[in-house]
Design a protein around this ligand. Structure first.
Ligand code: GDP
Ligand code: MG
Length: 175
């Protein structure tokens, strides 16, 4: 069997988006397989690592889970600078959080790193009956802005691993 050689990739990953959209829950679901109905708010930012194997590559994610409150906004560049991928999260039950996500996208586009892989993630799809942000609307926006789009639920785990595998897949294609 032809071998393409092992790849070891270390990648900085940042999660951005309004407070309460489920960023921490998503990371905890991915790294620990756990979910908490009363997740404590993140202060400043939290750091997690997780290793993922994909084909012959090993990807070590250094994950910066930011707080999302406006008062921590000035710290954000510290977390997205040098990042390989940015995940902008909104809550499908909150139009405000979607508008805020768009602002993050603009900020990321302006910071001038053309190699940054950007994801737009609509979380809390388990709350379909409370949905305010349409799937098509978000998908269209993502398409126009070159973002990879996914809807997830940290609660039911829907699409959470898929999100991180998708990131890994795109990172391994680049090296
Ligand atoms: P963060 O501020 O973006 O980090 O959001 P958290 O992870 O702290 O989550 C905020 C609240 O939303 C918590 O009460 C979580 O339990 C809840 N939450 C997070 N993800 C989901 C989800 O996918 N579905 C539902 N129903 N609740 C969620
Ligand atoms: Mg948090």
């Amino acid at each position: 069997m032809a071998r393409t050689g092992n790849k070891n990739i270390q990648a900085k990953l940042v999660l951005l988006g309004d407070m309460g959209t489920g960023k921490t829950s998503m990371v905890l679901r991915f790294t620990k397989g756990q979910f908490f109905d009363f997740q404590e708010s993140t202060i400043g930012a939290a750091f997690f690592t997780q290793v993922l194997s994909l084909n012959e590559a090993t990807i070590k994610f250094d994950i910066w889970d930011t707080a999302g409150q406006e008062r921590y906004h000035s710290l954000a560049p510290m977390y997205y600078r040098g990042a390989a991928a940015a995940v902008v999260v909104y809550d499908i039950t909150s139009m405000d959080s979607f508008e805020r996500a768009k602002k993050w996208v603009i900020e990321l586009q302006r910071q001038g790193n053309p190699n940054l892989i950007m994801f737009l993630v609509g979380n809390k799809v388990d709350l379909e009956e409370k949905r305010k942000v349409g799937n098509e609307e978000a998908e269209q926006y993502a398409k126009e802005n070159g973002l990879v789009f996914l809807e997830t639920s940290a609660k039911t785990a829907q699409n959470v691993n898929e999100l991180f595998y998708e990131i890994a897949k795109r990172l391994t294609k680049k090296v």
